[in-house]
Design a protein around this ligand. Structure first.
Ligand SMILES: Cc1ncc(COP(=O)(O)O)c(C=O)c1O
Length: 428
C-alpha cells in the first residue's frame, strides 16, 4: 500500500473501507461535546449499541419468569455459556468443545495451571517472558510456591538482548532447549501487553513440547486482535479476557481453551465445581465428580448470565464483521499509523517499540518518547485523545510508554491522521 500523509488520503481510505459502517454500531465516548479519538480498545473495548438490549432480554426473562429462565426463553441460562462457543472457537482457532466462557482471566489462569503445571523434583521450571503482565507474574509465583518451590529458582524470565526492545523467537527457543531437562511449563503472552509484540505461538509451542513441557498462553491482548490457530498449533491451554478487543465490557466473563487431546482425560487433576460436572447428571445431586468433555469440564459455577449476555452482543457484531476482514483492515490501519509516525518523527524523538513486521504485531503500537512521554500523554488526554500510559515493566533505564491501538471495528484512518497531528502539536 502506498500511503500518503494527507487528510484527503485518510478520508478516501475510510470511504473504501468495507467495515466502515461498523463504527456506527458502537458508542464513541465524548469529550467536551465532541467524539474522542479513542485508541484504547487494547484496554477497554467500546460498547456495542446492541449490548443493552441483550442484557435487557435476560433482565426481562428474570423479571417475568424468575427461576424458570434456566430452561425457558431464547437462550436458557442452563446452557448459557454454550451460546458463545461457536464465535469464540472461530476467534481463537479451536473446535467448539475446546473453548468455554467462564470466570475471569486470572482465575482461569490459576484453574488451568492446576491441571497443566504439575512440577516434579526433576522437572519443575517455568519459562515466561520478563515483564509479563503483573497478574500473570503473581499467578506464576504463587503457583510455584503452592507446590513448595522457590520462584527465584523456578521461573526463567527471558529478556530482550541488550539494546533491543523485543524478544527474538530464536532466543526463546534456545532458552527452552537449554532448559529441556527441567522444564515443566512454557507460559507466554500471545501479544505482549507492553511492547505489542505478537509471539510465534506455533514455534514456541513446538519447542516447548520437544523439551517435554506443556505450553500455555495468556491471550488477553491477542484474542480478537490477531489471527489465532490454537488447535492446529497444538497449544495445551490458553486464557483470555473479553473486555479488550472483544468489547464485552469491564470485568466481563473471560475465556479458556483446553486442547482436544486433553479433553477426555478425567485423570487430569483439576479444581472441580458442579457446572463442570456431566450435564445430564448435574441436578441429580450425586456424589462423585464426572467432568464434561472438553473445556466445559473446567467450569466451576453456573454461568454469569449478565456479563455473558454482553459478550454475546459483541460476538454477534464480530461474526458479521468477520475476523479475516478485521485482520486485513488492521494491517492497513496500524500500517498507516506506523507510516505517519515514521514520516513525522525521527527515532531520537519517538521510538516505536513494537516490531514492524505484520506477523509480529497486532493493532497496538507502543511508543517511547524519551524524556517527555508522560506530559505528552496528559496533553493528548486534555485534547480528547484517549491513549494509555504504562510505567516501565523491566526497570532500570527504561522509559514509560504510550500505547495506541487503532482497532478495525470502530477506528478510522481519519482518526489516525488526526492523532499524529495532535501528537506533533503535543510534542512541540
Ligand atoms: C496480559 C494480561 N493478563 C492478565 C490481565 C488481568 O486480567 P483480569 O483482571 O481480567 O484477571 C490483564 C489485564 O489487563 C492483561 O492485560
Amino acid at each position: 500500500m502506498e500511503y500518503k500523509s494527507t487528510l484527503d488520503f485518510a478520508k478516501k481510505m475510510d470511504q473504501n473501507d468495507p467495515l466502515r459502517s461498523f463504527r456506527d454500531e458502537f458508542y464513541i465516548p465524548r469529550h467536551e461535546g465532541n467524539e474522542t479519538l479513542y485508541f484504547t480498545g487494547n484496554s477497554l473495548g467500546l460498547q456495542p449499541r446492541q449490548t443493552a438490549s441483550y442484557l435487557n432480554e435476560e433482565l426481562i426473562l428474570w423479571r417475568e419468569r424468575g427461576v424458570e429462565g434456566h430452561f425457558e426463553g431464547k437462550r436458557p441460562w442452563f446452557h448459557y455459556h454454550k451460546f458463545a462457543k461457536e464465535s469464540l472457537a472461530k476467534i481463537v482457532g479451536a473446535d467448539n468443545d475446546e473453548v468455554v466462557a467462564m470466570n475471569s482471566l486470572t482465575t482461569n489462569l490459576h484453574l488451568l495451571m492446576v491441571s497443566f503445571y504439575r512440577p516434579s523434583t526433576g522437572r519443575f521450571k517455568i519459562i515466561t517472558e520478563a515483564g509479563a503482565f503483573p497478574s500473570d507474574q503473581y499467578a506464576l509465583e504463587s503457583q510455584v510456591r503452592f507446590h513448595g518451590f522457590n520462584p527465584d529458582e523456578t521461573l526463567i524470565e527471558i529478556k530482550p538482548r541488550e539494546g533491543e526492545d523485543v524478544l527474538r523467537t530464536e532466543d526463546i527457543i534456545r532458552r527452552i532447549e537449554e532448559s529441556a531437562n527441567e522444564l515443566a511449563l512454557v507460559m507466554f503472552s500471545g501479544v505482549q501487553y507492553f511492547t505489542g509484540q505478537f509471539f510465534d505461538i506455533k514455534a514456541i509451542t513446538k519447542a516447548g513440547h520437544k523439551a517435554g513441557a506443556l505450553v500455555g498462553f495468556d491471550l488477553a491482548h491477542a484474542a480478537g486482535n490477531v489471527p489465532l490457530h490454537l488447535h492446529d498449533d497444538e497449544v495445551d491451554f490458553a486464557v483470555w479476557c473479553h473486555y479488550k478487543y472483544l468489547n464485552a465490557g469491564p470485568g466481563s466473563v473471560a475465556g479458556a481453551f483446553v486442547h482436544a487431546r486433553h479433553e477426555n482425560n478425567p485423570d487430569l487433576p483439576r479444581f472441580a465445581g458442579w457446572w463442570g460436572h456431566s450435564e445430564e447428571e448435574r441436578f441429580l445431586m450425586k456424589k462423585g465428580f464426572k467432568p464434561m468433555i472438553g473445556a466445559d469440564g473446567w467450569q466451576l459455577s453456573n454461568a454469569n448470565v449478565l456479563t455473558t449476555a454482553a459478550l454475546l452482543a459483541s460476538l454477534e457484531v464480530i461474526d458479521r464483521a468477520d475476523m479475516k476482514r478485521m485482520g486485513a483492515k488492521s494491517e492497513l490501519l496500524t500500517g498507516y499509523l506506523e507510516f505517519l509516525l515514521k514520516e513525522t518523527f525521527t527515532e531520537s524523538k519517538l521510538k516505536i517499540l513494537t516490531p514492524s513486521a505484520m506477523e509480529e504485531k497486532g493493532c497496538q503500537l507502543s511508543l517511547s518518547l524519551p524524556g517527555s512521554g508522560r506530559d505528552v500523554f496528559d496533553k493528548l488526554l486534555a485534547e480528547g485523545v484517549i491513549t494509555d500510559w504504562r510505567e516501565p515493566n523491566l526497570g532500570k533505564g527504561q522509559a514509560g510508554i504510550i500505547r495506541i491501538a487503532p482497532v478495525p471495528l470502530y477506528n478510522r484512518f481519519e482518526d489516525v491522521f488526526k492523532f499524529v497531528q495532535l501528537l506533533e502539536k503535543a510534542m512541540s
